[in-house]
Design a protein around this ligand. Structure first.
Ligand code: AMP
Length: 395
């Protein structure tokens, strides 16, 4: 795997695809700078080698070059975080871009205007990618969040740098962390899958059954498994058309010697609301009119034991409706278990979909080994798909 550490950027202009698709408030202030901070090591490596950095990114989904999607508004923040003044080009291609890139001196940083002001970006247009490629000497992809998209700046542009292309440090770390969980792992390997629906995680489950020793299936997904085995799940979220699939997964797991753990009790509620009446119920006998919205105390205890005997842990998806305090206890308990296992030497990776929001909300992001920055991209990697942005660098 060729990363920025394998290249010397002295006198080189590095064209770096970063993910600066940051959340902004109504006044254009950045509400979470994680993505800018995550790109900093790659930018600094280029500058410290004696090179220059040309940063390109998208921001939001502009239709008509609306100003609210301009990357200009984040330039000062990037300067502040990186510690070097960042110049701005009014467009990512054409004269504003070529002139700004040509004038850029070594040690300097240039940020290009939003790539998605041009529909050619998401269309993966080759000519547009070629125009981008002419701005730099080396192509670096450090945008994990868009690595599953075959866009001009994430994938197509790489063909114009047959030798001079590499992964940035963030993207390299994402790939290495997942590899450490799925391939070069220490056993026992545990996957924890939560979230709302079996249908959105089915490919993930099937792909990782070959890679793990134990699996916890929690959250809303659990009820499809319970009902398929004859349990009563009341009003709990359940995909009746996926029940056969659930039984097939259980069969496959048995054949592959993977231990599956599903909650045995739940916090049930009489409505989908924080102020609902609640009770703790056996997961197989939930009363009609009631729905399971969190893992119960016995399940939390069992999961704690399962987590603490694992040496490698992958966690995707909450155990309950963590957004409501009343149903956040299962996810918090699980986070504590994963934090403890990590402290005792296990390698833990959290990522995929919206999982990161849950761990951040409860402060577990600092207590696990690695938190992935790319929701959709991580999910596709867990599904065993080759991501175009990664393949384009490896080719
Ligand atoms: P996902 O995006 O598939 O990872 O699912 C995350 C969502 O699953 C969160 O918004 C949770 O509120 C939801 N969720 C977790 N457990 C349940 C449950 N028992 N019933 C309904 N939704 C759930």
């Amino acid at each position: 795997m060729k990363t920025i550490d394998n290249l010397n950027f002295e006198n080189k202009k590095a064209l770096i695809r970063v993910d600066f698709n940051v959340p902004l408030d109504e006044d254009g202030n950045i509400t979470d700078t994680t993505r800018i901070e995550a790109a900093k090591p790659t930018i600094l490596k280029v500058l410290e080698d004696g090179g220059a950095a040309i940063l390109m990114s998208h921001l939001g989904r502009p239709k008509n070059k609306e100003e609210e999607f301009s990357l200009k508004q984040i330039t000062n923040k990037v300067s502040e975080i990186v510690g070097v003044e960042v110049k701005f080009a009014q467009d990512c291609v054409g004269t504003p871009a070529t002139e700004a890139a040509a004038q850029l001196e070594m040690g300097q940083i240039l940020l290009l205007e939003n790539l998605r002001y041009h529909p050619e970006e998401t269309a993966g247009d080759v000519d547009f990618a070629k125009s981008l490629s002419e701005l730099g000497d080396v192509y670096v992809n450090d945008a994990f969040g868009t690595a599953h998209r075959a866009h001009a700046s994430t994938t197509v542009v790489a063909q114009f740098f047959p030798e001079a292309k590499c992964f940035g440090s963030l993207l390299a770390k994402e790939i290495e962390s997942l590899d450490r969980v799925l391939n070069n792992n220490e056993k026992p390997v545990l996957a924890i899958l939560g979230g709302s629906k079996v249908s959105s995680k089915i490919t993930v489950i099937e792909n990782i059954l070959d890679k793990v020793d134990e699996m916890i299936i929690g959250g809303g997904m659990a009820f499809t498994f319970i009902k398929a085995q004859g349990g009563s799940v009341g009003n709990s979220i359940c995909e009746d058309d996926k029940m056969e699939l659930a039984l097939d997964i259980l069969k496959q797991a048995k054949e592959k010697n993977v231990k599956i753990h599903i909650p045995i009790d739940v916090v049930a509620a009489d409505k989908f609301a924080n102020d609902a009446n609640t009770n703790v119920s056996d997961i197989t006998t939930i009363e009609s009119g009631w729905e399971g919205l969190d893992a119960g105390p016995k399940s939390r205890q069992i999961f704690d034991e399962v987590v603490n005997r694992a040496k490698t842990i992958l966690w995707n998806g909450p155990l309950g409706v963590f957004e409501m305090e009343t149903f956040s206890g299962g996810t918090i308990a699980l986070g504590n278990s994963v934090a403890q296992a990590t402290q005792n030497g296990a390698f833990s990776l959290v990522g995929g979909g919206d999982s990161v929001a849950a761990v951040k909300q409860f402060g577990f992001d600092k207590k696990v080994s690695y938190v992935s920055t790319g929701g959709g991209a991580m999910l596709e990697m867990l599904e065993g798909k080759a991501l175009p942005g990664i393949a384009a660098i490896k080719d």
